[in-house]
Design a protein around this ligand. Structure first.
Ligand code: FAD
Length: 272
């Protein structure tokens, strides 16, 4: 199938893009790497009147470092993160996650912002950014606002973005040298989306202790609780805890998730 007819515009400045988005309503759609939207257009699941190409906007590729965080422009690609061409505030978690996305051709074009905005529950940044306690920076007709990554995805393929809003950047807190993390996903074939995903982060410097369960039917399940990771070390406790999360999965998916969680916690034990 071929895409329905649309007009392609390439705004040269972020201000012009924001105006165009605000004026155009839902009929106008940004296109980042096109790795997900291309398929949506060809299947006619998306039929915008106009596409706004974000490629030329240097502001959306910029990366800013502060003492506490790194702010990644929405157009930073998976490959840039994988290759270490941008700073890593996460003690290796971001490059590790980037390396596991699809294959290199997709990673060369696909972007951090595009992935979050597409909001596929099985995608990687959708799960990794809440794990990292990141914040999404949004610009729209009413100015700018910040949305915690844990609340950015509303449900499968839906985000907190309102009409005319653009994700401009993602701010990721800098993790201490004592941080340990683990990230496990089950895929039938390398480069495919996850069927089950579990990840954990422990940063003793600020007491962050977090578990993310992903590749669910909707937004990731994020749990933050002191002492949780140690408590989940035993098979019995873990099984009881997972059942109590009430994720609405069938037996097969629940058992895949249980295994990813077991492996993630084992990885965390040995992580340094
Ligand atoms: P686009 O496709 O250009 O856009 C996606 C959506 O986001 C569109 O609705 C668009 O309008 C909107 N959008 C884009 N940028 C913005 C913005 N700044 N503000 C507001 N809205 C915006 N991903 C994984 O995480 N893990 C995988 O294992 C994986 N496997 C893949 C395998 C294949 C074969 C393919 C083709 C893709 C795979 N992906 C995977 C998806 C890939 O990571 C995409 O790059 C990503 O989902 C979308 O990023 P994009 O930059 O291409 O966005």
């Amino acid at each position: 199938m071929k895409a329905a007819a649309y007009t392609l515009e390439r705004p040269a400045a972020l201000a012009a893009l924001n105006t165009r988005l605000a004026d155009g309503g839902w009929g106008v759609k940004p296109i980042a790497g096109g790795q997900s939207l291309g398929a949506m257009l060809n299947l006619r699941l998306a039929q915008p009147e106009t596409l706004l190409d974000l490629d030329a906007l240097a502001e959306l590729r910029a990366v800013h470092e502060t003492a506490d965080a790194v702010r990644f422009g929405a157009m930073v690609t998976h490959a840039q993160i994988e290759d270490g061409r941008v700073p890593d505030p996460t003690r290796g978690l971001m490059p590790f996650v980037a390396r596991g996305i699809a294959y290199r051709a997709v990673r060369n074009r696909g972007t951090l912002g595009g992935s979050l905005c597409h909001a596929d529950p099985a995608a990687d940044w959708v799960n990794a950014m809440p794990l990292l306690g990141a914040t999404c920076l949004v610009a729209g007709p009413d100015g700018t606002r910040e949305v915690p990554a844990a609340g950015f995805m509303a449900s499968a393929f839906e985000t907190a973005l309102g009409e005319g809003e653009l994700l401009t950047a993602v701010q990721v807190p800098r993790r201490s040298a004592a941080t340990r993390w683990a990230y496990r996903k089950f895929c039938r074939k390398t480069g495919e989306f996850a069927n089950a995903l579990a990840a954990c982060l422990l940063d003793p410097a600020d007491g962050t202790e977090r578990v993310v369960l992903g590749a669910l039917d909707g937004a990731p399940h994020v749990v933050e609780e002191a002492g949780l990771l140690a408590r989940l070390a035993t098979d019995t406790e873990r099984a009881r805890w997972l059942a109590a999360q009430d994720l609405g999965l069938d037996e097969t998916r629940q058992s895949m998730l249980a295994e990813m969680l077991r492996l993630a916690l084992r990885d965390l034990e040995t992580a340094r």
